[in-house]
Design a protein. Structure first.
Length: 456
């Protein structure tokens, strides 16, 4: 813990930590030490972690990287973080992210962007660590902590993991409690670990997961010992390669990474099977209707009354002006764009044309996966991202749709509620890490982690 705290103080330029909590860390580390000495050392005992700012942490600023939550210190702990702390984990601080987890580059944060510790060859252009869990990815990749929590609504664990050469798993929807995690799109949001290795991810997930009566969508299922399932034996497993993920414009390097990954799994005894997910091509547009729709509803609670920031009002301003001014000052541009898109697609005249249609597409996407699994496929292999990490500002200057296109390989998994993992799988010609994604059957994270382990 002390080594991590020192490393964090020397790495302010990365912008990974937005609130440091050294006093809490040292106190928790001391308590962990005592437990170890007493011979009672649970899984996470003394393991220094960073916590994404989207998780509510008792008495510690939890702002979802938004100005609108300025000054908000929850009086409760999210279920996921309380399970981690009960198991002895140490909190080093809160990690940077895109505002309300909306983004793929950590550039929508009210704290400014986090930076990727990797560089392209000798070029010193600063690169994005990806997003929205950009601070988590940057902190783990730069050895500022041993693991971090992330959340994934459309790729926010897997894409930053791929951009920084680490492992990130989005569990099955319902595996980890959403209680105390600031809501973005409730039917898609899932918490998960970001760590250096598949084994570390398995250990952290085992503690984060579990049924929680405080979240009605949390599954009442036993949590398997994911670590014990890491045998590396994948003989006889059927790995699907979906034709629809071969997209025009995908760089040759990514195609090669994907083919090499498939060969590696074949060499380990798996059978590689070509499959079709016919509706996958509609995932991105469906996601960018459903996610903003749910966000516009979830973010209605930030009204200047119940939490955080309230705008200064002028003489004669009423409640409407209070809402308008507070939300105009408190929300950044991307969040405002999502709220506007969301209210539009939910409005009476457009509900059927957009929101209902997207929901139908979502059902078809889910069915594609069910059909593949029913045909005996155990896991599906795809690239995690269409490119390596891009430069800060490179995408924000293009139109917002360019940024959304970065999520093309990841959003499908959230729409279908499936577990997905990103594993470091190679280095591009500029020296940047690239990741592959494996998608698993619902509730079979153990099997998925084991396949990823064979690829690692
Ligand atoms: N990049 C996607 C978005 O902006 C996904 C974000 C996430 O998973 N939280 O919505």
């Amino acid at each position: 813990t002390e080594a991590c705290l020192t490393a964090i103080d020397g790495a302010d330029a990365l912008g990974a930590f937005v609130h440091k909590t050294p006093e809490i860390a040292l106190e928790q580390a001391g308590a962990a030490d005592a437990r170890i000495k007493a011979g009672d050392a649970p899984d996470m005992c003394g393991i220094p972690m960073g916590i994404k700012d989207l998780f509510c942490t008792n008495g510690v600023a939890s702002q979802a990287a938004s100005r609108i939550l300025e000054g908000f210190k929850p009086e409760y702990e999210s279920t996921v973080t309380s399970q981690l702390f009960d198991a002895g984990a140490v909190m080093l601080g809160k990690l940077n992210m895109d505002e309300f987890a909306m983004g793929s580059s950590n550039e929508t944060s009210c704290y400014g962007n986090a930076v990727n510790p990797w560089r392209r060859g000798n070029d010193d252009t600063l690169l994005t660590p990806g997003g929205s869990s950009g601070g988590s990815a940057s902190a783990v990749a730069a050895d500022l902590c041993l693991a971090a929590t992330g959340t994934d609504t459309g790729g926010s664990i897997r894409q930053p993991a791929a951009f920084t050469g680490i492992v990130g798993i989005k569990p099955t929807y319902g595996r980890c409690s959403r209680w105390g995690v600031v809501a973005f799109a409730s039917s898609l949001d899932q918490a998960g670990p970001m760590a250096k290795t598949v084994r570390d991810a398995a250990i952290v997930l085992r503690t984060m997961a579990g049924h929680d009566p405080k979240d009605s969508t949390s599954a009442d299922l036993a949590v398997p010992d994911f670590e014990a399932m890491l045998t590396g034996d994948i003989r006889g497993k059927k790995i699907g390669i979906p034709a629809e993920y071969r997209m025009e414009g995908t760089p040759a390097e990514i195609e090669k990474l994907w083919a090499d990954g498939a060969n590696m799994l074949r060499d380990a005894g798996a059978e590689i099977v070509d499959i079709s997910l016919p509706h996958a091509k509609y995932a991105l547009p469906a996601y960018y209707v459903i996610a903003p729709a749910e966000a516009s509803s979830n973010l209605a609670r930030y009204d200047g009354v119940r939490y955080g920031h309230r705008a200064k009002l002028a003489q004669g301003d009423g409640i409407t002006e209070m809402y308008e001014k507070t939300r105009a000052e408190g929300f950044g541009h991307e969040v405002q764009r999502r709220v506007m898109v969301g209210t539009y697609v939910l409005s009476a005249g457009f509900y059927d044309a957009y929101y209902n249609r997207a929901r139908k597409v979502r059902t078809l996407i889910k069915k594609d996966f069910e059909d593949a699994f029913a045909a005996g496929i155990d896991a599906i292999l795809t690239p995690a991202t269409p490119s390596a990490a891009f430069g800060l500002g490179e995408m924000t200057e293009a139109d917002p749709v360019q940024m959304y296109l970065n999520d093309v390989f990841t959003v499908t998994v959230n729409l279908a509620g499936l577990p997905g993992i990103s594993v470091p799988a190679g280095i591009d010609k500029q020296g940047l890490p690239l990741g592959l994604q494996l998608i698993g059957r619902p509730w079979e994270e153990g099997d998925l982690l084991n396949t990823a382990y064979a690829l690692e």
